[in-house]
Ligand binder design. Structure first.
Ligand SMILES: [Zn+2]
Length: 383
């Protein structure tokens, strides 16, 4: 019964948001005829492809014309890359059951994040080849320290002794992910045991860290980037768990990060959930249509980038005039260990936006894409 209520709720939200002119379609007859296709099996629920400029996925709506006639310096940064809300599915430890069920997770065709501890690499069958495959499939590998210990170097879960220092735990694991697992850079971390004392070490190596306190992240909010919250099931949950919490995040236009452990059937190290419930949870997220599903790194970079550029836009620009045309330039810096080739989506009142003297192209999905690496944005204001 609760599932049916959830289904109705999502279809209702979906209908209201996406088809305001066809609100009659959300009557009960239509809902029951739709429920047979509630969990689609093919790629038809994938979004509208990706931007060739930014690599970010497109939200479902397009055919927006370039804004004209308003104030060119009234620049708005779209929340969550133009989607209504965001979700990251993260998996901790590189557990044997995750290796075992990787193929089914990968079939969901959404980018996932796996936090690995290299100390388990030689104990788990198929570990290295599996996570090398995950990298080439476009998933993210994050740092979870080498021996999965507390920041005070106690309780190494991989067995044996910890490395010589907290910094060494992070650095050696980063090198392991780069050299053995084959991911060029490691931008994010999850603290083992949710120990927030890892923060002081993590900030020297990554630009965001995930903790385990329960909460959501809002655009421009003051959540600590080195102790981001997550929803961590305790084991045995069903699709209801995902549906309820995804709906809550979607309704509040926030980022929800799931922290998942063992996948059943398989070795239940901690908080095991059946694979079907997890994949149905991912399908549920896709059903919203305008929920951004991406890695912890990609959504985290957008969230931090938005705050940085928003602050830059609130400060006074450098003004220059060339041949009667005014140029307002806003500039920013990026924090340590921030990933490269990240973008934000912005709109304004009209005119021309430039970066590095090159005018930006309007994207008919409703935005310009600005490079964070450019560290500046110039607004052209004709006299
Ligand atoms: Zn862990």
């Amino acid at each position: 019964m609760r599932l049916i209520i959830s289904i109705l709720l999502v279809i209702l939200i979906f209908s209201c948001e996406m088809q305001p002119s066809n609100s009659n379609e959300s009557n009960s007859g239509n809902v029951s005829s739709n429920s047979s296709s509630f969990y689609p099996s093919g790629p038809e629920f994938l979004t509208a492809g990706k931007s060739e400029v930014s690599g970010l996925p497109y939200p479902p709506l397009s055919n927006f014309s370039k804004p004209e006639g308003g104030n060119p310096t009234n620049i708005i940064i779209l929340d969550w890359a133009g989607f209504k809300a965001a979700v990251s599915f993260t998996f901790d430890d590189g557990q044997p059951s995750q290796v075992q069920h990787y193929t089914n997770l990968n079939k969901m065709e959404v980018p996932l994040t796996f936090f690995l501890s290299g100390g388990w690499g030689n104990n788990v069958v198929g570990y290295i080849s599996n996570f090398r495959q995950a990298v080439s499939d476009g998933h993210e590998i994050g740092n979870h320290t080498f021996t999965h210990c507390y920041a005070n170097l106690t309780s190494p879960a991989t067995g044996g002794a910890t490395l010589s220092s907290a910094t060494e735990e992070i650095n050696s694991n980063k090198i392991y992910i780069q050299n053995v697992i084959g991911q060029n850079q490691v931008y994010t971390m999850a603290s083992p045991y949710g120990d927030s004392s890892w923060k002081q070490y993590a900030s020297n190596s990554v630009f965001i860290m995930r903790g385990v306190w329960k909460g959501l992240v809002a655009p421009l909010d003051n959540t600590d980037p080195f102790n981001l919250p997550s929803y961590m099931p305790t084991g045995g949950e069903t699709v209801h768990y995902f549906a309820t919490n995804l709906t809550y995040a979607y309704t509040n236009k926030k980022w929800i990060i799931f922290c998942l452990h063992s996948i059943l059937p398989g070795d239940n190290w901690y908080a095991g959930i059946n694979i079907t419930e997890i994949t149905n949870g991912i399908k549920y997220a896709k059903l919203f249509g305008d929920m951004w599903i991406d890695t912890f790194c990609n959504i985290g970079a957008y969230w931090r980038g938005q705050k940085i550029v928003k602050a830059a836009l609130s400060s006074n620009p450098i003004k220059t005039t060339i041949n009667g045309t005014n140029y307002f330039t806003y500039s920013w810096n990026l924090p340590e260990n921030f990933p490269q080739e990240m973008y934000l989506r912005v709109s304004n009142g009209g005119g021309t936006l430039m970066q590095n003297n090159i005018p930006l192209e309007w994207d008919t999905h409703g935005f310009y894409e600005i490079s964070l690496d450019a560290k500046e944005l110039t607004v052209v204001i004709p006299e």
